[in-house]
Design a protein. Structure first.
Length: 318
């Protein structure tokens, strides 16, 4: 009998691990952060946050709408509250009319235009690479930063994908560089994917050439590809954080005399997609590189790229 109880306990522990692993760690952290904000709202207003009910959720969403919170954030908070309830074994009807109708009303009153960060387009990309090269500092530091930016743009990478790369993920071939991506936001089960970066005609802006030089000068032969510096230009074994990618972009945009407020780590990825669309690359080929599973976001990039290219005013003679 004790043996059966022990087996059941082991199964329960294993099941708990499976439930925790069903979502990426970053996703779980985001859910908890969102739920903490909801809990704070409830405690300040005398409501019970757990388990909650639709009318309280609806009041919280209205509260958010009065604080200039974006619709995307508002919807994410709703999902987070529902997921936390589910993980704790409580049912919460997030499709309840009092919630859905309220969201529709907020949309009508506020609008739901998504104002994303600016894409880093070719001209500005070249400009900041030139600025990096002009810096009066150690070559190893310049090569790391330019390689991060060039590979991030050319591969349409998310910033966390860039810093997650290991030396073992790289395979230099005759045509260029094969990159084995172990896991990404849309690949939660770690099936992996492969991206190919060909050699550029202009070697100065070629990510493959830059990465080769970075590996040569850094003498990295295993582990994290992009690492922190300590005591000046001494390379550590510590992997960079994804926030560092955004800081690097902002730093060199500022040095180039470009307003950097509306740029982020995502600007590399969106910059690739927009530039590819401007050059007439097919939607499916853009998606193959970026790893987008839905056409919605890619079509937004294409629409942005064609804003002036296919503008009706171009046909009107003044």
């Amino acid at each position: 009998m004790n043996e059966i109880i022990t087996d059941i306990k082991a199964l329960q522990e294993e099941t708990l691990l499976n439930l925790q692993s069903s979502k990426a760690n970053n996703t779980i952290r985001a859910y908890k952060s969102d739920f903490n904000d909801f809990s704070l709202f409830c405690s300040q207003n005398g409501f019970k946050s757990f388990p909650s009910e639709p009318k309280i959720i609806s009041l919280y969403l209205t509260h958010l709408s009065t604080k200039e919170v974006k619709m995307s954030t508002l919807k994410r908070r709703l999902v987070s509250i529902g997921v936390i309830h589910k993980l704790k074994g409580h049912y919460l009807d997030t499709k309840h009319p009092s919630i859905i109708e309220n969201i529709m009303g907020i949309k009508r009153r506020k609008g739901s235009i998504q104002r994303g960060k600016k894409p880093l387009l070719i001209n500005n990309l070249k400009l900041i690479i030139n600025v990096i090269d002009q810096q009066k500092k150690e070559e190893i530091m310049k090569l790391r930063d330019r390689s991060i930016i060039l590979i991030g743009f050319s591969g349409g990478f998310r910033r966390n994908e860039i810093v997650s790369l290991d030396y073992e993920d790289l395979d230099f071939v005759q045509e260029g560089l094969r990159i084995n991506l172990k896991r990404s936001k849309t690949d939660q089960f770690g099936e992996g994917s492969v991206k190919g970066l060909p050699y550029f005609d202009n070697s100065h802006y070629c990510p493959v050439v830059s990465i080769r030089k970075w590996i040569e000068i850094s003498k990295i032969s295993s582990g994290a590809l992009f690492r922190r510096f300590v005591k000046g230009s001494k390379l550590s074994a510590n992997r960079l954080t994804d926030q560092t990618v955004a800081l690097i972009i902002k730093k060199y945009l500022k040095l180039a005399g470009i307003e950097n407020k509306n740029y982020s780590g995502h600007s590399l990825r969106s910059g690739f997609a927009t530039s590819a669309a401007e050059s007439g690359v097919e939607e499916r080929n853009i998606m193959a590189m970026t790893g987008h599973k839905s056409t919605e976001m890619v079509r937004r990039y294409i629409k942005e790229a064609n804003l002036f290219k296919n503008n009706a005013l171009n046909k009107i003679k003044f």
